[in-house]
Design a protein around this ligand. Structure first.
Ligand SMILES: C[S@@+](CC[C@H](N)C(=O)[O-])C[C@H]1O[C@@H](n2cnc3c(N)ncnc32)[C@H](O)[C@@H]1O
Ligand code: SF4
Length: 441
């Protein structure tokens, strides 16, 4: 990338949402009575199950989770998940069809094999899970055991997202996560031995002590595991929201220039190795379903990031989970006692929601298409976007994108600024100084 283009990208960097939804989560409102949607028998949904527990706190972590050294709180939580699954079912007239199931966290890999099986049995009992459903789980390589992997294979897990982050010991130690490469290597082999072959590796750039040489080492080792997908997330440092991030010595964090170098180094190595760049942070093998979805303009974005999931309806189960219909977002209590109290009362544990207006739907689609395709023809959407086009003119002037009539096309070397372009279409985004989000780059 030329110096001027780089300098200009950095000049425009500011805090913006990651646009995994529109309106974004800070716009969800607390409400006392939230009407839960009644779905049609023809609807096919995705199910998200949140497990907010971890064995220790990684200081960079931005997720809803809590450290527990004992299994009791997790065992107790599983009982609530099972009750919640039944409550969800009891609000529906029909048994709902499910095409995607995603276990996220926190660390769903902390569930015992027995509890994981119990949850999957409950899901299959209360929903119609499609034979070819994608059943995915986020896995911390440090907690992988034989009996768990056997249980995942038995109940039909077919995709694993492995939280590898970085393969340099000093980087990982500086964020309170001891995780030698051998753990990931062993985990991948174990999953493959049991027939679970679809892998995503999560990597992060922007962590303390990272250098481009260390990034090269991480990518080399990641490639040796031969995953179908690699996510290269920019570290979102938001210590005003996540207090444990204050434990990170900020003087050891890469500056903006190094962050961009780290991303570009990783991205180039992955592309040179045959991976296709997808969206702002994914790299996939050319025959991966995500590459095919992108080609067919069917790639989507949801709370878990880029997805091939075509369903517009998601039900979230577990504390802090977010669900969605075509008309609204719903979020469960984040606070564990409130979450449990609602379920004990026989109420769905919802505490926030956000209606999606017609204008939100259109803008949400525009934002999703920009985040996925990096191009859009605004004449396909109703509404006048002349102000937005005027606003992003400055990016065209810098060579980041081309605007012709109502068509916007982001240049491939300016992908890091996609979130900034989406921000022009976000009518809820407060002033640039409000710290709710992370840096775009
Ligand atoms: C919810 S975690 C689940 C994975 C599992 N608990 C683990 O850490 O292996 C999903 C991924 O989010 C990413 N992540 C967490 N905090 C982040 C942050 N502040 N900025 C960027 N990525 C982050 C990490 O790559 C992590 O693997
Ligand atoms: S990164 Fe994963 S293991 Fe670490 S604290 Fe966050 S959710 Fe837990």
């Amino acid at each position: 990338m030329s110096c001027t283009l780089r300098d200009n990208i950095l000049k425009f960097d500011r805090t913006v949402p990651r646009y995994t939804s529109y309106p974004t989560a800070p716009n969800f409102e607390k409400k006392n009575n939230i009407d839960y949607p009644v779905l049609q028998s023809s609807d096919t949904i995705s199910l998200y199950i949140h497990v907010p527990f971890c064995q220790s706190m990684c200081w960079y972590c931005g997720c809803h989770t809590k450290v527990t050294k004992r299994y009791d709180p997790i065992a107790e939580y599983v009982d609530f998940l099972l009750k919640e699954i039944q409550l969800v079912k009891s609000h529906q007239q029909n048994k709902i069809n499910v095409s995607h199931i995603h276990f996220g966290g926190g660390s769903p890999g902390m569930l015992s094999s027995k509890d994981f099986e119990r949850i999957m049995v409950a899901i299959r009992l209360n929903f119609n899970v499609a034979d070819d459903a994608e059943i995915a789980i986020e896995i911390d390589p440090r907690g992988v055991t034989d009996d768990r992997v056997i249980a995942y294979a038995k109940v039909g897990v077919n995709r694993v997202s492995l939280g590898t982050q970085d393969f340099n010991d000093d980087v990982m130690q500086s964020v309170n996560r001891e995780q030698p490469f051998e753990l990931s290597d062993r985990a991948v082999k174990l999953f493959r031995e049991h027939g679970i072959n679809h892998f995503n590796l999560d990597l992060i750039y922007g962590l303390p002590h990272q250098t481009t040489d260390k990034m090269k080492r991480t990518i080399d080792l990641a490639l040796s595991l031969d995953p179908d997908r690699i996510s290269l997330f920019g570290y979102a440092h938001v210590p005003w929201m996540k207090k444990h991030m204050r434990l990170i010595d900020e003087t050891t964090l890469p500056d903006k220039i190094l962050r961009l170098d780290l991303f570009e180094t990783g991205a180039k190595m992955l592309e040179d190795s045959g991976y296709l760049s997808i969206g702002i942070d994914h790299f996939v093998k050319p025959n991966d379903t995500m590459a095919i979805a992108l080609k067919n303009k069917k790639l989507k974005r949801n709370f878990q990031g880029y997805t091939t999931d075509q369903s517009n309806i998601m039900i979230g189960v577990g504390a802090s989970s977010i669900g969605k219909t075509e008309d609204a977002y719903f979020q469960n209590h984040v606070d564990m006692p409130l979450y449990k109290a609602a379920i004990d009362d026989g109420r769905l544990p919802l505490f926030k929601s956000c209606d999606i207006t017609n204008d939100d739907k259109i803008r949400g689609e525009i934002i999703e298409r920009i985040m996925c395709d990096f191009e859009i023809d605004l004449s396909d959407y109703s509404g006048d976007y002349s102000n937005e086009l005027q606003h992003i003119q400055k990016y065209e002037d810098q060579g980041f994108l081309n605007i012709s009539d109502k068509k916007i096309k982001i240049n491939s070397n300016a992908r890091p600024i996609a979130r900034l372009i989406c921000a022009a279409f976000d009518i809820y985004l407060p002033s640039e100084t409000v710290k709710k989000h992370s840096q775009a780059i």
